[in-house]
Write a protein that binds this ligand. Structure first.
Ligand SMILES: NC(=O)c1ccc[n+]([C@@H]2O[C@H](COP(=O)([O-])OP(=O)(O)OC[C@H]3O[C@@H](n4cnc5c(N)ncnc54)[C@H](OP(=O)(O)O)[C@@H]3O)[C@@H](O)[C@H]2O)c1
Length: 233
């Protein structure tokens, strides 16, 4: 059974790729109605990064109002949504990014920002209820020194990830690892946060579909500020 009618404006993701297209056919269960007054280019940047940030904080991190969260990697796609979602849920946010992005991350609402090129995060002694690592360079020691629980979103190298997972297997410290999965309910939460201006999508660059290779090259450098989108004129 579908919960949409013909002509509804929806956003979502494909489960099998194929989204570099003007039209795509996807299951209704991974779509939701677009917020009013928001256009497709903006919403195209929401599903994967937004769902990942939401599920890291809420489903797996179980952040509660008033808790503190450290978000390592806070200026990219997942990170810039995570900072805003954590604030929308009433958390106190400490965000980690490069010094060039400190003002941007503050503008997202972070209470405190640490520039990792000025302060060594591996020696940072702040204490937090939750650690979210979108960059993936935190060690097991970093999680246990700073946090009470953690969620690993990204990883830097396979070796680093395996060593962290092995260390996790022999420790009682809770670190969740997950693969984000879109569903209508979570997409509706994101749509509502956007509608209510709790989340603002930051689009750093817009490419034409003719320049998809250039867009991919830019994204691969992993220094995106917010999101990169591709449009079909
Ligand atoms: N688990 C899942 O289901 C899932 C889903 C989506 C994505 N991911 C993973 O999550 C990660 C982030 O994805 P994304 O789309 O947000 O990437 P992105 O848009 O390319 O952002 C990467 C960010 O990493 C930051 N960064 C680089 N070096 C850093 C360091 N040493 N310390 C802290 N931050 C650093 C950069 O910020 P600065 O420029 O300020 O340094 C940049 O904003 C990727 O590894 C991706 O594969 C996982």
């Amino acid at each position: 059974m579908t919960h949409f009618k013909v002509g509804d404006r929806v956003f979502g993701e494909t489960l099998k790729g194929g989204a570099f297209a003007e039209y795509a056919c996807v299951p209704a269960t991974v779509c939701a109605i677009m917020p009013e007054g928001i256009e497709f280019p903006e919403m195209a940047s929401v599903p994967i990064a937004g769902i990942t940030a939401l599920q890291a904080l809420i489903t797996h991190g179980q952040i509660q109002e008033g808790e503190s969260v450290l978000i390592n990697g806070s200026s990219g796609g997942v990170g810039h949504f995570a900072v805003q979602i954590a604030k929308a849920y009433g958390a106190k946010v400490t965000a980690v990014c490069s010094s060039k992005n400190v003002d941007f991350v503050k503008s997202l609402g972070a209470d405190q920002v640490i520039a990792y090129d000025k302060e060594n995060i591996h020696q940072h002694n702040g204490k937090y209820n939750l650690i979210i690592d979108t960059n993936g360079n935190l060690t097991h020691k970093d999680y246990t020194r700073m946090g009470q629980r953690g969620v690993m979103v990204g990883f830097t190298t396979i070796g680093h990830m395996i060593s962290l997972l092995l260390r996790r297997a022999t420790s009682k410290f809770p670190i969740a690892q997950f693969t984000a999965e879109a569903n209508t309910k979570d997409l509706e939460v994101l749509a509502s946060l956007i509608q209510n201006r709790k989340i603002k999508v930051h689009i750093e660059k817009t490419y034409s579909y003719k320049d998809i290779p250039a867009a991919i090259s830019y994204i691969e450098a992993m220094r995106t500020k917010g999101k990169v989108i591709i449009v079909w004129e």
